[in-house]
Design a protein around this ligand. Structure first.
Ligand SMILES: [Zn+2]
Length: 195
């Protein structure tokens, strides 16, 4: 049994009875749709990075790695769907999983924004000391102050800061890290200041 690549209906002849597309046209329609969804996925990844720099979670690096892997796997799934479509193999189930994963980076970005923006709880202040600084350029530029941790079981915290704050602090400087507990419980960095 084969299914129409465009609408997913069972197809007995070359022209689909449900949508009227031939198998060639259905394949073109599927590839165009896959391309659009992939663009939406990449935009979502970008939106997530922006949300993460506006309201950076304390564990931003771990979260970025997780979302990066997720986007990477989703992209891989999209490529697999396209390959299978080219080989005229069954794609319905995989296609649905792929389409279902497209909004995930958008939702996670919205979650981070809601977590910080709607967090009305009193801020917490943590006096600590800068150990080192890490700056990364490239597609995902980042400025991190590595400070002594105030949390049990953690040695250091890698605090995401603005470029100005990054330039303002140096190793051995005392500083206060202000955090919010987060509306959905993801601790996030409000800012850093001199003691
Ligand atoms: Zn069809």
């Amino acid at each position: 049994m084969t299914r129409c690549l465009n609408c997913g209906a069972e197809r007995t002849a070359d022209v689909c009875e449900a949508c009227g597309l031939s198998s060639t046209l259905a394949e073109i329609a599927l590839r165009r749709r896959l391309l659009n969804r992939t663009a939406l996925l990449m935009l979502g990844a970008l939106a997530f990075v922006v949300a993460g720099s506006e309201f950076p979670p304390l564990e931003i690096d771990g979260i970025l790695i997780f979302v990066g892997l997720l986007v990477f796997l989703t992209l891989g799934l999209g490529i697999w769907v396209e390959r299978r479509a080219l080989q005229h193999a069954e794609v319905e189930a995989l296609k649905r999983i792929y389409y279902g994963l497209i909004p995930v980076p958008w939702l996670l970005g919205a979650l981070l924004i809601g977590n910080g923006w709607l967090d009305r709880a009193p801020r917490e202040s943590w006096p600590t000391q800068v150990i080192s600084r890490v700056r990364m350029f490239g597609p995902l530029p980042s400025n991190r102050l590595v400070v002594r941790s105030w949390r049990e079981g953690h040695n250091v915290e890698r605090i995401p800061v603005t470029r100005t704050d990054f330039d303002r602090f140096h190793p051995n400087d005392e500083l206060v890290v202000k955090t919010g507990i987060g509306l959905v419980g993801i601790p996030w960095v409000v800012g850093v200041d001199r003691e």
